[in-house]
Write a protein that binds this ligand. Structure first.
Ligand code: ADP
Ligand code: MG
Length: 245
């Protein structure tokens, strides 16, 4: 059984084909990157997978179950966590309190507290144990992004979708984020799909890569094969597509 299976998914916005017959499969426990220039349809694909937007046609199954027409909250409850491009943390709460919010949401009436083991494990994973009492607004930009990843981890997802997790980060923070993603992937056996337009970060992720252009998957392979591909080079360094890459 394929863990996540996207089959011939289409999405149009007026005349624009944002997803044009996208097919993609993820194995459980894998780490996969989706790269491509701004506007090529990466975030749209996340919207389709998570149910934030309905597909025009095509199918998506998650852990063997059809999720194509389910509402977003039902898909999330099946074990899918998503990080948006802009960090959605609570600035006036402490790091620890921020991590407790998703546990409250998930646990409902019966078990309102996150287990302290899960909290300290997550703090360690995101490298914020020393700052657990700090207000989130005092964190650096990179730390805020890691805190949001921690909030997703507190929901114990099987699949995490990260949308440009290193946007606006320093080189050191970017490197630490690649390490964090590997840590999550290895320790928790969590499957990860990471969107990125920065090819340098993709090299650090060292994983299976799918390159998107104009709503389609253009090429798939490891970093070396992608970097040396003439079509990908044209996409990234040529003048055929607008926007920074
Ligand atoms: P990426 O994440 O790769 O930068 P997006 O998936 O955000 O690209 O966008 C792909 C294209 O679809 C862009 O041209 C964008 O303007 C358009 N688009 C995205 N979402 C919507 C929407 N909800 N309504 C209309 N157009 C959209
Ligand atoms: Mg995007």
């Amino acid at each position: 059984m394929t863990f996540l299976d996207i089959s011939l998914v289409k999405k149009r916005f007026g005349g624009l084909k944002a997803a044009d017959d996208i097919s993609l499969s993820l194995e459980q426990g894998s780490l996969t990157a989706l790269v491509g220039p701004n506007g090529c349809g990466k975030s749209t694909l996340f919207n389709l997978i998570t149910g934030a937007l309905p597909v025009d046609s095509g199918n998506i199954t998650f852990k063997g179950e059809e999720i194509t027409s389910l509402p977003a909250h039902k898909i999330a409850r099946k074990g899918m966590g998503r990080k948006f491009q802009v960090p959605a943390i609570f600035p006036e709460l402490t790091v620890l309190e921020n991590l407790q919010v998703p546990a409250l949401q998930k646990a409902g009436l019966f078990n309102r507290k996150a287990s302290s083991g899960h909290l300290s494990e997550t703090l360690k994973t995101i490298n914020l144990s020393a700052k657990k009492e700090a207000l989130a607004e005092t964190l650096s930009h990179g730390e805020k992004q890691w805190l949001e990843i921690g909030m997703i981890l507190m929901q114990s997802p099987d699949l995490i979708l990260l949308d440009e997790p290193t946007a606006g980060m320093t080189a050191a923070e970017t490197k630490a984020t690649a390490e964090l993603i590997h840590r999550i992937n290895k320790l928790g056996k969590i499957t990860l799909l990471v969107i990125e337009h920065d090819i340098g970060f993709i090299e650090q992720l060292d994983c299976e890569i799918h390159v998107m252009a104009r709503g389609k998957i253009l090429k798939s392979g490891d970093f070396k094969s992608i970097r040396n591909d003439p079509e990908v080079q044209e996409l990234y360094f040529g003048k055929t597509e607008a926007g920074h890459a």
